[in-house]
Design a binder for this molecule. Structure first.
Ligand SMILES: [Zn+2]
Length: 708
């Protein structure tokens, strides 16, 4: 249940070249001219695929991929949460090293290299097509990609929490195919590519399109998996048509599974059982390189990156960073079954609730979970982990606990999150006057190991919080608030409770209540940036510009890539009639997030107001291309065009604005002026008459210019 709360170095060289089989040199593989397609299907349980023994869901495309490739039977995610799990896959490092532990993290630190950067250095053309806002480029995943396609319908930003902003597989795959099509005719056609495709459909909410909705009625998660497979079938057929399928190295993996009620968890992220850790992992090599095989034994998604480089013989410096092991020898049939413990963790219970984090090690036989009440499962006898044997197998559990501690010592690193500019003294003063002193307390600097509640014992509270979120998303705010209030006495330190009350109040535009709730949240957790942003929004709505500014600067101090904070500072500057300051902030926002249409629109509007019409055209047109339909945008675009020698185009945009909002007088007046400029007095006068019908004072003001 992760979607709900998302909102919106020191290199440590380890044995990166050693294979699981123990230090053999990589066997001859596909070679460095092979194109690579890395597919991450979000939230995909391995047991739903036919090739993993599933019988209830049709997955012919993924099964066919497995039938031609190497399928790892016991692959495990290192974190059952989208953002950190993808950080593991795309950097080949553990969360304790790369610092991305959940969605409250600041994204990939600058000192950590990404797979795409390595491929780019090696001469590959690189492109990513992601389907969820939680993986958009602001988290730093865009580094190394020539193309990072993360466009989402801007209307979603108004109606959904950022965790639910997404696009369906058909749309993302269409974008990928269009990219491939353009590439085919361009100068890049001869170069190999590295493409990362991320599909989000199996993630909640489960709502597959027809015919899957009907066919899988009552088990819509399965329907989403089947729909995703049907889209992969379409992609693979297109690749075959273009002669790419057989030649490419295709990897399919998931970032985590879905609990679907097992262990009391509905979705993922809260626990670290196999229902959310066990994922499909398939490598399909170029045709003829190695026979298909099924490989047992625990491996991690952390092994994907080193395996890719090994298979392709790429000697890139990123290998120094890898903490996983290459599986190339196993894939090529030259290594023995994997037999090393695989690590997993979730810090979601800790970072969001203040309860104990969970860490685990999986071996061929056991799954050990370190918690205030530790657990150990015998996977051979009990693969669904229903019988905790901790009291019977204490010695085995102790041995695994020691291994876990060694492991954490070995792979941890001091990763400092990217910090923004230092706060100006006046901002610090302002924050102090707001009672906001500990402005940058790190949430996970050191993890206390004792005295924290076991997430198992807080499942009821957790589910109540999810219930409160559900109620809010149905618009039942009073019921949500009263449920949250009832939890406060039980969990007085749980900062999420006042945060959610602040969000509820914001959605009802009760800004004073929102202010109080967000302040209460920040008292409990001063580094919770979503509350900082929520408070800034409340201050903006309450016209407390100074306070809003202080909060937005604090948000930027916490995360210098926070484009929404730049956007907010732009709005504050607009309110203060400081056009130059507004322009600079909106420009920073679009530099950080070019696909965020509202910032493009605002930048264009400010430039028109500054009479820099030529410069305004770009951002305004970009906002329109991004799908923003707003009469204000159309009106300003008309003005920018009319003032850059394109009166006809200007007229057509004014007309579009009026089509969206017939009584939008500024556009009507501009239309009248545009006709006048073109010496079309009849139309100019006709439009001006309409202005007069709508607005007497404007009529009076401009009457002499439009003689009847
Ligand atoms: Zn995910």
């Amino acid at each position: 249940m992760i979607r709900r709360f998302q909102f919106c170095l020191l290199f440590w060289a380890i044995a990166c070249l050693t294979t699981v089989a123990g230090g053999q040199a990589p066997a001859p593989g596909p070679g460095s001219s092979t194109s690579v397609l890395l597919i991450t299907v979000d939230t995909l349980r391995a047991d739903r695929l036919g090739c993993y023994g599933g019988r209830r869901v049709e997955t012919p495309a993924m099964d066919a991929l497995a039938a031609e490739g190497a399928r790892f039977e016991d692959a495990l995610a290192q974190v059952p949460i989208t953002l950190p799990s993808h950080a593991v896959i795309l950097t080949g490092t553990y969360p304790m090293y790369n610092g991305v532990r959940d969605f409250t993290s600041h994204g990939i630190p600058p000192g950590i290299s990404l797979l795409a950067e390595a491929f780019k250095r090696q001469g590959y053309q690189t492109a990513a097509f992601v389907s969820a806002f939680v993986l958009d480029s602001t988290w730093g995943f865009g580094r190394g990609f020539d193309t990072y396609d993360d466009h989402f319908d801007p209307r979603q930003f108004e109606t959904r929490s950022p965790g639910n902003i997404q696009r369906r597989a058909d749309e993302t795959i269409d974008r990928l195919l269009a990219w491939l099509g353009n590439r085919g005719s361009g100068p890049e056609a001869g170069r190999p590519f590295f493409v990362w495709l991320h599909l989000y459909d199996p993630h909640s909410d489960y709502n597959p399109p027809e015919p899957f909705h009907t066919r899988y009625a009552g088990r819509l998660y399965d329907g989403e998996v089947a729909y995703t497979d049907s889209q992969l079938a379409r992609l693979f057929a297109e690749l075959q048509k273009r002669g790419l399928y057989d030649r490419a190295l295709i990897v399919l993996v998931s970032d985590h599974g879905e609990s679907l009620g097992e262990h009391g968890e509905d979705e993922h992220g809260f626990f670290v059982y196999n229902s959310t850790l066990h994922v499909p992992l398939i490598f399909k090599l170029p045709r003829g390189l190695a026979p298909p095989r099924v490989i047992p034994g625990p491996v991690g998604t952390i092994d994907v990156a080193p395996t890719l480089l090994d298979l392709l013989w790429l000697r890139d410096p990123i290998r120094q960073q890898f903490q996983g092991s290459s599986l190339a020898s196993l894939i090529l049939g030259r290594g023995m079954a994997a037999n090393r413990p695989v690590y997993a963790e979730t810090y979601y219970p800790f970072n969001s609730f203040g309860w104990s984090p969970l860490r685990s090690l999986t071996t061929l036989r056991y799954h050990f979970i370190e918690a205030p009440r530790p657990e150990i499962y015998d996977l051979a006898a009990d693969p669904t982990e229903t019988r905790d044997l901790y009291s019977q197998r204490r010695a085995d559990a102790e041995a695994l606990r020691n291994q876990l501690r060694d492991f954490e010592r070995r792979y941890a690193a001091q990763v400092s999150a990217p910090k923004g500019p230092p706060l100006p003294p006046e901002t610090l003063e302002k924050l102090k006057s707001l009672g906001y002193l500990a402005y940058s307390a790190p949430a996970t600097a050191s993890v206390p190991t004792s005295g924290l509640a076991d997430p198992k014992d807080r499942l009821k509270v957790f589910k109540s919080i999810l219930r409160a979120t559900d109620l809010a998303s149905q618009g039942r705010f009073a019921a949500s608030d009263s449920l949250l209030a009832s939890l406060t006495s039980e969990e007085p330190k749980l900062y999420l409770i006042p945060f959610m009350r602040g969000e509820n109040a914001s959605r009802r535009e009760r800004w004073q209540d929102a202010e109080g709730s967000f302040l209460a949240c920040l008292k409990l957790n001063p580094s919770f940036s979503q509350a900082v942003m929520g408070l800034a929004r409340a201050y903006l709505a309450l016209s407390k510009s100074e306070q809003a500014k202080a909060m937005l600067e604090l948000a930027l101090h916490q995360n210098p890539h926070n484009f929404l904070a730049y956007h907010g500072l732009g709005l504050v500057a607009l309110r203060e009639h400081n056009l130059e300051q507004a322009r600079r902030n909106f420009l920073r926002a679009v530099e950080e997030k070019p696909n965020y249409a509202p910032s493009q629109q605002q930048l264009g509007i400010v430039l028109v107001e500054m009479q820099r019409y030529g410069e305004a055209l770009g951002p305004l047109q970009r906002a329109a291309q991004l799908g923003l339909e707003d009469p204000v945008l159309a009106n300003y675009l008309g003005t920018a065009l009319a003032n850059t020698g394109q009166p006809k185009e200007g007229i057509s945009w004014y007309e579009k604005a009026l089509k969206m909002k017939e009584d939008y007088t500024p556009a009507r007046l501009n239309l009248a002026f545009a006709y006048l400029k073109m010496n079309d007095r009849t139309n100019a006068s006709r439009q001006f008459q309409k202005v007069c019908q709508q607005n007497a004072s404007l009529c009076q003001q401009y009457r002499q210019m439009f003689p009847p």
